[in-house]
Design a protein around this ligand. Sequence first.
Ligand SMILES: CC(C)(COP(=O)(O)OP(=O)(O)OC[C@H]1O[C@@H](n2cnc3c(N)ncnc32)[C@H](O)[C@@H]1OP(=O)(O)O)[C@@H](O)C(=O)NCCC(=O)NCCS
Length: 175
Amino acid sequence: MHAPDQCPRPQNRKTAPPIVLLMVDELRARCVRREDGLFLLAWANDREAREQSFNRKNITVLQHRQWLRKILADPGQRSYLILKGRKKIGLVRFSQRTSREWEIHFNMNPRWRGKGLGRAFLRAGISRFQDEFPQVSLVAQVKPGNRRSHLCLAGNRFSLKSRNRHRTWWMTSPL
Ligand SMILES: CC(C)(COP(=O)(O)OP(=O)(O)OC[C@H]1O[C@@H](n2cnc3c(N)ncnc32)[C@H](O)[C@@H]1OP(=O)(O)O)[C@@H](O)C(=O)NCCC(=O)NCCS
C-alpha cells in the first residue's frame, strides 16, 4: 500500500487531479517526498552520477536537505521517483526554463543501471510529466561521453540540438 501521491497542485488548475499512478512497461512514477531524501542523496553522490554531472563536487547532507526542500516547494519543478513494484529505480526531474520549455534531469539508482531499463525509466517520468504539461518542449544537457544517456534520450523522441566539447543539448518538440 503506497502513501497518497503528493504532487504539487498543477499550474492553472483550481483543484488537484485524481491520484493516478502511471504504468509504463511495469514502471510507475510518483512524486518525490521529503522522506526520499536519504536514498536520493546516496544516488546523487554515487561516483558515476558525480562524473556525469556538470558540478562534480560531492553533495553534503545539509546542501541536499536545502535543495530538496526548495525543489519540492517550487511550482517550476516536478520530481518523480520511478518504481518497479516496490523497487526504487531512479529519479526523473524537470525544471522550468521558460513558459514553453522545461529541462529534464535524471539519475538511476546505481544498482539498476546498465540493465537495459534506461529508456523505459525515462519514458515513465516523461509520461507522468506530460500528463500535466502536454504542450511544452523538453531539453536535456548531457556530457558528450555519456553514451547511455544519449541513447535513452534518442529513444524518447529527443533530437540532437547542438553540441560542443563540454555538453550536448537534446530537445523534443511539444506533442
Ligand atoms: C543514464 C542512465 C539513466 C542510463 O540508464 P541505464 O539503465 O544505465 O542504461 P541502459 O542499460 O538502459 O542502456 C541505455 C542504452 O545504452 C546501450 N548501452 C548500454 N551499455 C552500452 C555500451 N557499453 N556500449 C554501447 N551501448 C550501450 C543500451 O543498449 C541502451 O540502448 P537502447 O535503449 O537503445 O537499448 C543511467 O546509467 C544513469 O542514471 N546514469 C548516471 C546518471 C546520469 O548519467 N544521468 C544523466 C545526466 S544528464
